[in-house]
Ligand binder design. Structure first.
Ligand SMILES: NC(=O)c1ccc[n+]([C@@H]2O[C@H](COP(=O)([O-])OP(=O)(O)OC[C@H]3O[C@@H](n4cnc5c(N)ncnc54)[C@H](O)[C@@H]3O)[C@@H](O)[C@H]2O)c1
Ligand SMILES: O=P(O)(O)OC[C@H](O)CO
Length: 324
């Protein structure tokens, strides 16, 4: 199975390294000419994954047309750019969607965006607790690989599996997507708890109640509960809600410390997907009558309509209710 990667950020580069670990060639498209040159000439992506020596089997290109004729493309552009990039990408390959987010404006999951850009393409979702720098170092990692076509799922899992990289197969594409998109917003909330010094009890409560929000939203979208309780949902939520290695958690921590959202988001080279997904997630949930108070609180902090003290007061003043 000939593999290409769309996106030369940290995660696209780490996944290219995984796919090339057995020496099979992998072609990676990167938007930045310096990333293409760095990978081809110095075997390093200094902009997004500095310090990781890349396999000589990973080759980079700045031309999406070069991806024609490959069997599977790992789509690792940020969620808000997947549509634009796929519209310029030659069709014909299975698409393995690795971005975690919901498209602003349309409210579409990445699989819906991909189906629109490449009608009839086989679609898979790869998601789970995966800090790129750990995967690139070969540290043990497990992911959900969700594909409706079980035979394709088995072939993809076989192609991507390594001793330190274990794909667990699923057929629940929606569940895998919802988990990855929602956890980014909840990771911002956990960062706020940390930055505002609210304590470990509050963080654990937020993870559990955030998971309840993820589950309500996921079920309304047609996800299966066991997917949300697995690697792509709860697993990734726990990872990103407990580490400053998470860009979303770090963004939230800045908000919790009282820094302005505009300052925190200005001039970012790396992506904190939760900041883009939060408003569209809140809007979509409202339209489906799904309650997501923690997501609403993150939105209020990001759009500056409330400060940390106010959103905490609002969350704590909610009516007492049954846990489930
Ligand atoms: N970094 C991780 O550990 C990790 C792990 C799992 C999933 N992800 C997901 O992978 C996706 C990509 O994240 P990343 O961490 O690789 O990115 P990154 O933050 O390392 O780099 C930013 C990326 O955005 C791209 N970009 C910026 N503007 C663009 C545009 N207009 N069109 C197309 N691309 C543009 C850049 O070229 C670069 O590839 C995100 O959805 C993220 O949630 C990341
Ligand atoms: O740095 P974050 O917050 O984008 O998280 C990276 C991955 O999604 C963790 O699984």
């Amino acid at each position: 199975m000939k593999i290409g990667v769309i996106g030369g950020g940290a995660w696209g580069t780490a996944l290219a390294q995984v796919a090339a670990a057995d020496g099979a060639p992998v072609l990676l498209w990167a938007r930045e000419a310096e990333v293409v040159a760095g990978i081809n000439d110095a075997r390093e992506n200094r902009l997004f994954l500095a310090g990781v020596p890349l396999s000589p089997a990973v080759r980079a290109t700045g031309d999406l047309a070069d991806l024609a004729g490959l069997d599977a493309l790992l789509v690792v552009a940020p969620a808000q750019h997947v549509g634009a990039v796929l519209r310029e990408t030659p069709a014909g390959a299975a698409l393995v969607l690795c971005a975690k987010g919901i498209e602003a404006g349309s409210g579409r999951l990445v699989s819906e965006v991909a189906a629109d850009a490449h009608p009839g393409a086989a679609l898979a979702v790869l998601s789970g607790p995966t800090f790129a720098h750990e995967v690139a170092q070969g540290l043990p990692t497990a992911v959900t690989l969700a594909v409706e076509d079980e035979a394709l799922g088995a072939r993809l899992a076989e192609r991507l599996a390594r001793p330190g990289f274990r794909p667990y197969r699923s057929t629940d594409v929606i569940g895998a997507e919802v988990g990855g998109a929602v956890k980014n917003v909840l990771a911002i909330a956990c960062g706020v708890v940390d930055g505002a010094g609210l304590g470990q009890n509050a963080r654990a409560a937020l993870i559990a109640r955030g998971f309840a929000e993820m589950t309500r939203f996921g079920l309304a979208k047609g996800a299966r509960p066991e997917t949300l309780a697995g690697l792509a949902g709860l697993g990734d939520l726990v990872l990103t809600c407990s580490s400053t290695s998470s860009r979303n958690f770090s963004l939230g921590r800045g908000l919790g410390e009282g820094q302005s959202p505009a300052a925190l988001l200005a001039d970012r080279r790396t992506v904190a997907e939760g900041a883009f997904t939060a408003p569209v997630l809140a809007e979509t949930a409202r339209a489906m009558s799904v309650e997501m108070p923690i997501v609403d609180a993150v939105c209020a902090l990001l759009d500056g309509s409330a400060d940390v003290g106010t959103v905490i007061e609002r969350l704590l003043a909610r009516p007492l209710r049954a846990e489930i």
